[in-house]
Write a new protein. Structure first.
Length: 391
């Protein structure tokens, strides 16, 4: 079987991180989220992949090339305009002659999910959908079941609209008939794959396959932190992660074993890097700085005495001397929705510059290339290129 991976989207709820990179290229454990999907497909024995790309596609194509590094052959299909997952899948039609797996490129999965779907498709010759059980299903597409047969798919239902806790995990097994079914689906500006699955009898029955292993969705900035924590914990419980020879760690610095460090990271005297933290390539951590539960993108600078908790730091950002990103639980309003009790210190965009003794209140989102004067207190959502000054 071939695999089609949908990786054309932007991820607007993750701005400013997605201003410069597509959502599937956001790092988890210092490698792109999409890479874990490619690895899972390869580990399941699938060696031909069609990557559907669109927004900032050069980032994906430059990283994955022809797929040789992952022992797969990658072909690229381009979705010029992002108008739905069904439309994205149609772009792969010229490369598909028989049964195939399709996956969302912005969700962490494990190879067993792919293996189980392949087995189910071969055994039943029916369309298949991976499902997983979650405690907050209203964030996702909920799947209602009669045994193993899907009876309904409900996109982000209101609370109380369904009792099901099973959600669409974004992994499918189809035959080529899915393409004509997508074209036969009425669309109102966007062609969504889930609409086809809801309405087209030509691809029914639709069978549910329970996800085995971890499943992780990255829809909001704090999802990066949760998934990063999980991946690092898994690495520690297996073989751990090697520290590159180019990394410098001062003799009296403290680095937890649930941490991953990329090439040319520098950690100075008295600094402490605690659990759940990924430091990207060429990140500098100053003397006596404290970092915990953080995803730090490449080339970021953490000045001496800074304290950072539950935070995402963008590429080439600078966190000033004794600046504090407090962390903790907070209510965050994003995309018109209030998210309650989120553990989220904040997000600092690419190329932002925070001066010394700045205080970032929990839940703050700072755009790219923002400058904050020393001694300022910052809250809420700050637009790209803004200048924040005292008084």
């Amino acid at each position: 079987m071939k695999a089609v991976i949908l990786a054309a989207g932007e991820g607007s709820r993750l701005r400013p991180l997605t201003n410069r990179r597509p959502k599937p290229m956001l790092p988890i454990g210092n490698k792109p989220l999409l890479e874990s999907v490619v690895e899972a497909v390869s580990a399941a024995g699938v060696n031909e992949i069609i990557l559907v790309v669109g927004y900032q596609r050069e980032r994906i194509q430059n990283h994955f090339g022809d797929g040789d590094r992952w022992n797969v052959d990658i072909t690229y299909a381009v979705q010029e305009k992002q108008i739905g997952t069904g439309h994205a899948l149609l772009q792969a039609e010229p490369f598909i002659e028989s049964d195939f797996i399709t996956l969302n490129g912005d969700r962490h999965i494990e190879s067993r999910v792919v293996e189980d779907l392949i087995d189910e498709r071969r055994e039943t010759e029916q369309s298949c959908l991976a499902v997983t059980r979650v405690e907050t299903p209203n964030r996702f597409g909920v799947v209602e079941l009669d045994g193993q047969i899907v009876t309904d798919l409900i996109e982000k239902p209101n609370r109380g609209a369904t009792s099901s806790r099973q959600i669409n995990a974004g992994v499918y097994a189809f035959g080529p008939e899915i393409f004509s079914a997508i074209r036969d689906t009425e669309s109102y500006g966007e062609q969504e794959l889930t609409t086809t699955l809801q309405t087209q009898s030509a691809i029914r029955p639709l069978r549910a396959v329970q996800c085995s292993g971890i499943w992780g969705d990255v829809s909001y900035p704090w999802d990066l932190l949760w998934l990063n924590n999980y991946i690092l914990d898994q690495q520690r419980s297996t073989d751990g992660s090697e520290i590159p020879e180019s990394v410098y760690i001062a003799s009296n610095a403290a680095v937890h074993d649930d941490v991953v460090l990329d090439e040319d990271v520098s950690i100075q005297s008295g600094a402490a890097v605690f659990r759940g933290t990924s430091l990207g390539e060429n990140v500098s951590v100053g003397a006596n700085a404290v970092i915990e539960d953080a995803v730090v993108f490449p080339d970021a600078t953490i000045r001496p005495g800074a304290v950072i908790r539950n935070c995402v730091i963008g590429a080439n950002a600078t966190i000033g001397v004794n600046t504090t990103i407090e962390g903790g639980s907070v209510d965050v309003t994003l995309d018109g929705q209030v998210h309650h009790d989120v553990v989220f210190g904040g997000l600092i965009g690419d190329n932002a510059r925070l001066g010394g003794n700045v205080t970032i209140n929990p839940g703050t989102i700072i755009g790219e290339s923002v400058t904050a004067d020393s001694g300022t207190v910052v809250s809420g959502q700050i637009a790209d290129n803004a200048f924040i000054q005292r008084g």
